[in-house]
Ligand binder design. Structure first.
Ligand SMILES: [Zn+2]
Length: 278
């Protein structure tokens, strides 16, 4: 069986998938403290408790940020107790086996590509629009990690075709300004709504998302774009963004389907388990 863990800002969620992909168990634990050592104990205990109920499992971890392939440190996982720590090495030493790690947006894209809304598509771009704007790329059922483990981090590139009133854009968590995340995330959309009202804010959001997706289509040209996170509930993403793509994409009539995630919030933890099915 395959065990997947979603490492979040306040909690750890564990899921165990059977060989048929069905969920056998799910468990949620809150961190006892923000200190690394007790949070590592908490993660080890959560995995062992799940394994005790489900026999031996492979273990995959989905988390914010990325594991630097050279230093082995978890980077940019700011809201977790594991940031800038050698979590992969420490966890493998404690569990006595290899543990696969992937960014949570990559896990999301993988889950949707394997048996979700992007099932059957060869090249998948997954975008999580929630408190941030994450992105992941799956090709042929495999996560594309990239040289530094940061492939697909679309949210931290500048909003394309910025207008004069958008430039230079709000400051971002990454330390730069004008990142896509600061225009298409939930908090960004809410800021705009409070300033100019829901209707005008939604029109701007849709146009900005069309620009951001057009850039990904120009670079990657995915077979499908699948959208998750809190913002994915807005129907306008699936009805209004597509018709705006010809305005921005290099292809005159891009036909890239933009679809809502099938597994909702469970996609990340499912994808973490699926890191061992590829
Ligand atoms: Zn940024």
């Amino acid at each position: 069986m395959r065990l997947g863990v979603d490492v979040g800002g306040t909690k750890i969620e564990v899921v165990v998938l059977g060989d048929d992909g069905a969920e056998r168990m799910r468990r949620r634990t809150f961190y006892p403290s923000r200190e690394y050592a007790p949070a590592l104990d908490c993660l080890v205990d959560s995995i062992r408790a799940a394994e005790a109920q489900c026999a031996q499992c492979t273990v995959g971890i989905g988390m914010p940020g990325f594991v630097d392939p050279e230093s082995g440190l978890l980077e940019n996982a700011f809201n977790t107790p594991y940031n800038r720590r050698p979590l992969k090495g420490d966890l493998e030493a404690r569990l006595g086996k290899e543990v696969r790690f992937a960014n949570d947006a990559n896990c999301f894209a993988l889950s949707e590509a394997v048996d979700g809304a992007a099932r059957g598509a060869r090249v998948v771009f997954g975008a999580i629009l929630g408190t941030g704007a994450g992105g992941g790329i799956v090709v042929g059922g495999r996560v594309v990690e990239g040289r530094h483990g940061t492939a697909g981090e679309w949210g931290h590139t500048p909003l394309p075709w910025m207008t004069e009133d958008e430039y230079p854009g709000p400051p971002c968590t990454c330390g730069r300004t004008g990142c896509i995340e600061q225009f298409v995330s939930g908090p960004a959309k809410n800021r705009e709504r409070d300033a100019i009202g829901e209707e005008a804010a939604m029109a701007r959001f849709v146009d900005r998302l069309a620009r951001a997706f057009a850039m990904m289509i120009n670079i990657l040209d995915p077979d499908v774009i699948v959208v998750g996170g809190g913002m994915s509930k807005h129907d306008e993403i699936y009805t209004e963004v597509g018709p705006l793509l010809p305005r921005y994409a290099y292809h005159p009539e891009p036909r890239t389907p933009i679809v809502r995630a099938a597994h909702g919030d469970a996609s990340g933890v499912r994808g973490a388990a699926m890191l061992w099915s590829i």
